[in-house]
Design a protein around this ligand. Sequence first.
Ligand SMILES: O=P(O)(O)O[C@H]1O[C@H](CO)[C@@H](O)[C@H]1O
Length: 313
Amino acid sequence: MSVQNMNGTKVKPAKETLPEVEVESNGNGHKMYSYEMLEEIANFLLTKTNIRPIIGIICGSGMGSLADTITDAERIPYEEIPNFPTSTVEGHHGQLVFGRLGEVPVVAMQGRFHYYEGYPLWKCCLPIRVMKLLGVKTLMATNAAGGLNPSYKIGDLMIVTDHINLMGFAGNNPLQGPNDERFGPRFPPMNKAYNYEYRKIAKKVAKELKLDNIIREGIYTCLGGPNFETVAELRMLKMVGVDAVGMSTVHEVITARHCDMKVFGLSLITNECITNYEVEAEANHEEVLDVGKMRQDLLREYISRLVHEFSKV
Ligand SMILES: O=P(O)(O)O[C@H]1O[C@H](CO)[C@@H](O)[C@H]1O
């Protein structure tokens, strides 16, 4: 469902979230959910489906159709899940899709949560911990991103080799606050954030699918958004070695690694980052969604193949 804002642009209406239950403050004045509350959410979901997913997929902006190839699909709207946030961004449907890709039981998030929507980072990442409690072992995080590496073209796919946690540099991290050892350690390592074996497989499968000309490998960073970047900001990011820029994924990956999930990251390059003042064009969300649509068939095939291969590792 969408409504028009005063400029005639389609936006999703913000929905009221369920009352937030105070458990512990994360030190920034945010209330956080306890392990038990997350368990309650997971248990609720387990009563709604017989699927026991081992791979969790996050569909990036405009990439929701990735979940359309899931068979035996059972869809649970976020609104129906107690204490779950709701999606407010166009291009993010707002439901969990349980089912199978091939033989592999999966759960897909058709709609992720972003910091700029007003959710604290721990809440953006709440579904990852719920996935962990459902038995998910592997997180496949996809996203739409601007291509900063000058060799990247619109429509390219970037296997994420690593990220730079810029929001973390500024003291904002999903793991802030009291640590619950049942999820993971206080100080988790992050030098193996993106699984090496998965990255090798992803390159091999890309070759088999003859995607060599559009497959890249690179470093992603997440900014808080919702505005796209200035020229000066992008020039700075380029200098520090960033290849693709988005507003998601990094905190999800940190949360997943904290609770020992294996991670694969894939960026669809939906637009060129503009690093020149003479360029007339401006970044816009419509283009991001259009490129997602343009690449939907290819992405579905690639992700299905990867799920099959990853399930054997
Ligand atoms: O990261 P995903 O959710 O794919 O979406 C990206 O695209 C949107 C901007 O067009 C932002 O939300 C950015 O993060």
